[in-house]
Design a protein around this ligand. Structure first.
Ligand SMILES: Cc1cc2nc3c(=O)[nH]c(=O)nc-3n(C[C@H](O)[C@H](O)[C@H](O)COP(=O)(O)OP(=O)(O)OC[C@H]3O[C@@H](n4cnc5c(N)ncnc54)[C@H](O)[C@@H]3O)c2cc1C
Length: 292
């Protein structure tokens, strides 16, 4: 099938992109890497009146470091983040996750902002952003605002972005020193969206858990933080028994769906097992001194 007709605009500034979105009154769509949007157009799942291509807007690509603070431009490709040695040396769960996001050809074109704005509950970026306590930098007609990821993900493939707003980047602090991190998922085939996955950061100080973040994908309408499991681990000794007890709290706290990929019970099981395994890898990395 071919897409329905649409206007095409290629603004050269964020302000012009916002103005174009406002002009179409909610009927236009931002075009980033097109890896999700173009198939949706082809199947006529999306029929926007206009596509507003961000490809010519300067300043939306790249990874900026300022001490422990990191800002990634919305149009930065998955692949350039995956290959960023400094980020991945300090926070290896990011490269773990991006190595299993689709295939290299998709990662060369698909963007960080596109993935977060698309907000697929089985996508890697929303879970990573939750595990990193990231904030979304959003530009609209009244200027910029910052939205914590937990408030940004509002429902199934739905975000807090207003129709006339552009996601310009994602910002987060690296996990504290002494933290290890890891990401694991299970997909039916390499490159497929995950059935379930876990992004984990684990900090250990004086033999006790000083920082813990567990974010899950594929287990509900949005990626979610496993708050109960985190609470059970905070301040405890990071033993396998403690990981097991914490992971037991995950099943009742998530609402995975039965679908053609797997049953809800299977996804609950995966979430528990992947969390334990990711915690063990993160613990090892923390112990080995692989920061982040
Ligand atoms: C075969 C295949 C396998 C894939 N597997 C995976 C996978 O395993 N995991 C995964 O996470 N993804 C996967 N993807 C999707 C891929 O990651 C996309 O790159 C991503 O979902 C969307 O990024 P994009 O830059 O291509 O955005 P686009 O497709 O251009 O846009 C997606 C949506 O986000 C909106 N949007 C984009 N950028 C912005 C912005 N800056 N501000 C506001 N709105 C914006 C668009 O309007 C559109 O609604 C796969 C894609 C394919 C084709």
């Amino acid at each position: 099938m071919k897409p329905a007709p649409f206007d095409y605009l290629a603004p050269e500034s964020i302000a012009d992109a916002v103005a174009a979105l406002s002009e179409y009154g909610g009927q236009a769509k931002i075009l980033a890497g097109g890896q999700s949007l173009i198939p949706m157009l082809a199947f006529r799942i999306a029929r926007p009146a206009a596509l507003i291509d961000l490809g010519r807007v300067p300043g939306l690509t790249g990874i900026r470091f300022e001490g422990d603070s990191i800002a990634i431009g919305a149009m930065t490709t998955h692949r350039s983040v995956e290959l960023n040695e400094e980020l991945n040396g300090r926070c290896p769960m990011v490269a773990d996750a991006l190595a299993v996001l689709g295939h290299v050809a998709i990662r060369n074109v698909g963007t960080v902002g596109g993935s977060l704005a698309h907000a697929d509950p089985a996508a890697e970026w929303p879970a990573l952003a939750l595990a990193l306590d990231a904030s979304m930098a959003v530009a609209g007609p009244h200027g910029e605002r910052s939205v914590p990821i937990a408030d940004f993900l509002t429902g199934w493939m739905t975000t807090a972005l207003l129709p006339e707003e552009v996601l310009v980047g994602v910002e987060f602090l690296l996990p504290p020193a002494g933290t290890g991190s890891a990401f694991l998922e299970v997909a039916r085939r390499h490159g497929d969206f995950a059935l379930a996955g876990a992004a984990v950061a684990l900090g250990i100080e004086d033999g006790l858990v000083s920082h813990v973040r567990i974010a899950l994908l594929g287990v509900g309408m949005t990626a979610v933080r496993a708050n109960e499991a985190e609470d059970l681990l905070a301040g405890r000794e990071p033993t396998l028994e403690a990981f097991d007890t914490a992971a037991d709290a995950i099943g009742p706290s998530i609402q995975p769906l039965d679908d053609q990929q797997g049953t809800a019970d299977y996804k609950r099981h995966l979430s528990r097992v992947l969390t334990i395994r990711a915690l063990r890898i993160a613990q090892q990395r923390a112990t080995d001194g692989a920061n982040g």
